[in-house]
Design a protein around this ligand. Structure first.
Ligand code: PEP
Ligand code: MG
Length: 579
């Protein structure tokens, strides 16, 4: 049994056999084996080669006579390579001399060969490196069983273990079978963590080297409440965790009873609780958990889940489905936040050196007007179906916001010409998630109907800490004094301009932060649906007077460490049962 500590990003407990997913760029970790296991690994490698040959032979036979001759040629080359005795001998020798797993030996030897090919000047030969990688992939698929490819065809419950997962991979998981996630990389507000939370899959990230000690099929406990994973737990630990899991579900059930109760403080101040969603199907879950509408619809997930570019109709259908759930309650549609860790890097020909500082979000839309206008067209058409608001992400200055609004007006004019109905008074707001926007919030407020503070990015950009990088995750905190000063500025400027203000970053779903947030004058929160009941319970347990006192004190403090421990204590005093 081995216990690893990471960062808890999605609550809940799961116990299941693990399935390792490795991205293609990621090397198979070196795992040494006992000398007595070497025979077994050699046999595994042999079987993998044999199965790969059978698979390729079948594939070749299934090609029609008219199939592209190039494809047949490629199969022939791959087959010849797989049948090469000297290659297999090299792999066997490596397993014996280094006492390593079959997958490590296969990957190392084949990559060595590929790298020799790459160095050859003749392009025909250097391009053969891609064939070697393909062959490597084929054999590893055999060795890793269904770990790599069958994620879409699961028939039993698993916890997925990976070095890292993209938001797209995570969004594609079938919740019925994927019961938990554990990754070596990642941070609390990485998009993968956000998606796991939305799907309600317990997850722990930033485990550093977990993939190096785990083997497919090992039993793993994921404790998404405490940020712990336990590898090959003993019987008594499993029993203990089954008990924790039941207690957690009972607590969730109890909190669900708050659904009908208002989010109102003990001294009678009403707080609006909205939901963050990535997919229209989540809208019903937000309602079920007692949400008053949608404060952040991350529409870029329309792109992430599809191989082809969404059409205007795809956009419209997704928005209409969401709006239908909330009727006249607000649905805030954020325009595409593509870029950074979402979509563009994997699909672009030339990846950016600093994608989080690159062509991301509103910048991407302003340079890809067809994509942007298609979305705005769909949002405006959907605006007659309910209470729709539109929100631009990652605004950094006034000019950018005015440019986005101008394009929005152009699309309105197009709709006028086409005689299509839309809501002319639709509210248009922005996300304040860059330090520059926070610092010029007063001027942005003059032309915005509302602000939503995106603390995930605001923290990342203020502190210069990558929100998804586990190596700097201890430096990432939304309650760092620098971030709090910016939030205070934004709240004050929004109040002065009398525009609505909400917080939609993960900060608003952390129980310890709620008193501070309310004390800073925020009255609307938008968060992932699984967290709504717990946060509502906190709201119902505090008075605004308590919250004001907490915020006043925190804003005099200079060290993040002191702030977070003060907030923990303050919350614990008010609702000890939550801990
Ligand atoms: C944020 O940055 O706080 C936010 C809510 O947007 P996202 O997490 O999608 O970047
Ligand atoms: Mg953001």
């Amino acid at each position: 049994m081995e216990i690893k500590k990471g960062i808890a990003v999605s609550p809940g407990i799961s116990i299941a056999k693990c399935l390792i997913m490795d991205s293609e760029e990621y090397r198979i970790p070196k795992r040494t084996i006992k000398p007595s296991q070497r025979m077994l690994e050699v046999q595994r490698a042999r079987n993998a080669f044999r199965n790969a040959i059978d698979q390729l032979t079948d594939l070749n036979a299934s090609q029609s006579d008219f199939a592209d001759k190039n494809i047949k040629d490629i199969f022939a080359v791959h087959l010849r390579f797989l049948k090469d005795r000297s290659l297999r001998k090299q792999i066997t020798d490596f397993i014996y001399s280094e006492s390593v797993t079959a997958e490590y030996a296969v990957s190392t030897i084949l990559r060595e060969i590929a790298s020799h090919f790459t160095k050859v000047k003749d392009t025909y030969i250097s391009e053969r490196a891609a064939d070697i990688y393909d062959i490597e992939r084929r054999i590893l698929t055999q060795l890793l069983g269904n770990k790599r490819e069958a994620i879409g065809n699961l028939t039993e419950e698993v916890v997925v273990v990976a070095r890292e997962l993209s938001p797209t991979q995570t969004a594609g998981f079938d919740k019925t079978f994927v019961k938990g996630l554990a990754t070596d990389a990642g941070g609390r507000t990485s998009h993968t963590a956000i998606v796991a939370r939305s799907l309600g899959i317990p997850a722990v990230v930033a485990l550093e080297d977990f993939t190096e000690i785990v083997t497919g099929g090992d039993t793993v406990i994921i404790d998404g409440n405490r940020g712990i994973v336990i590898l090959n737990p003993d019987e008594s630990t499993i029993e203990q965790y089954q008990q924790f899991s039941q207690e957690f579900l009972a607590l969730e059930h109890k909190l669900d009873a708050l659904r009908e109760k208002p989010a109102i403080t003990r001294d009678g101040v009403q707080i609006k609780m909205l939901g963050n969603i990535e997919f229209p199907e989540e809208a019903a879950l937000v309602l079920e958990k007692g949400g008053d509408g949608i404060g952040l619809y991350r529409t870029e997930f329309l792109y992430l889940n599809s191989e082809t570019e969404p059409t205007e109709e795809d956009h419209y259908k997704a928005y209409a489905e969401t709006i239908k759930v909330f009727k006249h309650r607000p649905v805030t549609i954020r325009t595409l936040d593509l870029g950074a860790d979402k979509y563009t890097q994997s699909r672009r020909l030339a990846p950016e050196p600093n994608p989080f500082l690159g062509l991301r979000s509103i910048r991407f839309c302003l340079q890809n007007l067809t994509i942007f206008k298609t979305q705005l067209h769909a949002i405006l058409r959907a605006s007659v179906l309910g209470n729709v608001k539109v929100m631009f992400p990652l605004i950094t200055n006034l000019q950018e916001m005015m440019q986005a609004k101008m394009i929005f007006r152009d699309v309105m004019e197009d709709l006028d010409e086409e005689g299509v109905q839309y809501n002319r008074d639709i509210e248009v707001g922005i996300m304040v998630e860059t330090p520059s926007a926070a610092l010029v919030a007063a001027s942005l407020a003059r032309d915005s109907d509302f602000f939503s503070i995106g603390t995930n990015d605001l923290t990342q950009y203020t502190l210069a800490v990558d929100r998804g990088n586990e190596r700097v995750s201890t430096l990432y905190s939304a309650v760092d004094p620098a971030v709090l000063r910016l939030i205070r500025t934004v709240v004050q400027d929004a109040h002065k301009a009398r525009i609505d203000l909400s917080i939609c970053g993960e900060m608003a779903s952390e129980p310890d932060n709620i008193m501070l947030i309310l004390g800073m004058g925020v009255r609307t929160l938008s968060l992932a649906h699984p967290m709504i009941p717990e946060i509502k319970q906190i709201i119902r347990s505090v008075t605004i007077e308590d919250c004001n006192r907490v915020a006043r004190k925190v804003l005099t403090m200079n060290a993040e460490r002191h702030i977070s421990s003060y907030l923990r204590d303050a919350t614990r005093k008010i609702i000890p049962e939550a801990f």
